[in-house]
Design a protein around this ligand. Structure first.
Ligand code: ADP
Ligand code: F6P
Length: 319
């Protein structure tokens, strides 16, 4: 029977991570299991930067963005020697198992630790929604709503000046944020790494819009596809549409988590502790059709999440 569990947040922070930490800590304490927060992700695990939760220390965090445990990227953790030293640090406080809230990189760390005898459960904490087999990741909904708010504001000025407005959003190589925001905000076009970037097609589409009675256009694009400022110049030259580019950046990672993210994080946190208590490790938590389930982390690495085709065609149908 597990007596002490740790919890850490790792990789890019995501709204709702605090709700997950709270759920893990409270579920543990309610079961009589000691719970430690590990500061600064795997870096803090290696350095023994631990904090023991008590009943009051998880108060007033469910509604707060970011992560009270702080997050870090710590590539050194790929080194087996560093992981062995981290396990030694865990032993100093009797920490036998760990909940890791992060993206797929963090899941690799969790799997490696499990192979070394420390049961770990992964929770999908990332705005990108790029984790396979879960309908949603913790933070995605809040981020999507932030992008929608930004696009609504951009629409006001785009319409007033009869411009083409480009908004670059995050997502790494996953198009989920871009395509869902495009549907929610009635974008003219969405461009992601998944669809590939056909500039001629985009220009033709914008020329057609300009020739119609539509007087402005919104284009949403995932980061790392192309330089949006250069793209704006080319669109303006080719279509006559005055064009402005915006990069939303880290603004989209912050803010109060939505109810959806708080609920998802809370349900997933409870499930993680229940699995560790039952002696499981090397699993990650997924939401599938409203149910909170688990599956081996190793299975996730065999495929990539792809945004369903029908979402892209919905953008076209609503143009
Ligand atoms: P995310 O978890 O959001 O995908 P990263 O890819 O930056 O973010 O990964 C977060 C952290 O997970 C890394 O900084 C590192 O500490 C750890 N990590 C990533 N890959 C591995 C690996 N192969 N083995 C052990 N730890 C890893
Ligand atoms: O994975 C979350 C994410 O916000 C991505 O969308 C983005 O590409 C990346 O992290 C940004 O990372 P950093 O915080 O290191 O700039």
């Amino acid at each position: 029977m597990v007596k002490t569990i740790g919890v850490l947040t790792s990789g890019g922070d995501a709204p709702g991570m605090n709700a997950a930490v709270r759920a893990v800590a409270r579920t543990c304490m309610n079961k009589g299991i000691d719970c430690y927060g590990v500061m600064l992700g795997y870096k803090g695990l290696h350095e023994g930067n631990f904090y023991k939760f008590n009943k009051s220390s998880t108060r007033n965090i469910i509604n707060v963005g970011g992560t009270i445990l702080k997050s870090a990227r710590y590539p050194e953790f790929k080194d087996v020697k560093i992981r062995e030293e981290a396990i030694e640090q865990m032993k100093t406080v009797g920490m036998e198992a760990l909940v890791v809230v992060g993206g797929d990189g963090s899941y690799h760390g969790a799997l490696e630790l499990t192979k070394m005898g420390i049961n770990c459960i992964g929770l999908p904490g990332t705005i990108d929604n790029d984790i396979p087999d879960t309908d949603y990741t913790i933070g995605f909904d809040t981020c999507l709503n932030t992008i929608v708010e930004a696009l609504d504001r951009l629409r006001d000025t785009s319409m007033s000046h009869q411009r083409c407005t480009i908004l670059e959003v995050m997502g790494r190589s996953c198009g989920d944020l871009a395509v869902n925001a495009s549907i929610a905000c009635g974008a003219e076009a969405v461009i992601t790494a998944e669809t590939g970037f056909d500039e001629e097609k985009l220009i033709a589409l914008l020329k057609k819009s300009k020739a119609s009675d539509k007087q402005h256009a919104i284009v949403v694009i995932t980061e790392h596809v192309t330089d949006v400022n250069e793209l704006a110049k080319r669109i303006e030259a080719a279509t006559g549409f005055e064009t402005r580019a915006n990069v939303l950046g880290h603004l989209q990672r912050g803010g109060r988590p939505t109810a959806r993210d708080r609920i998802l994080a809370s349900r997933m946190g409870i499930k993680a502790v229940e699995l560790l208590e039952a002696g499981y490790g090397g699993l990650c938590i997924c939401e599938q059709g409203g149910l909170i389930v688990s599956e081996p982390i190793i299975d996730l690495f065999e495929h990539r999440r792809r945004v369903p085709e029908y979402l892209y065609s919905d953008v076209d149908k609503l143009r």
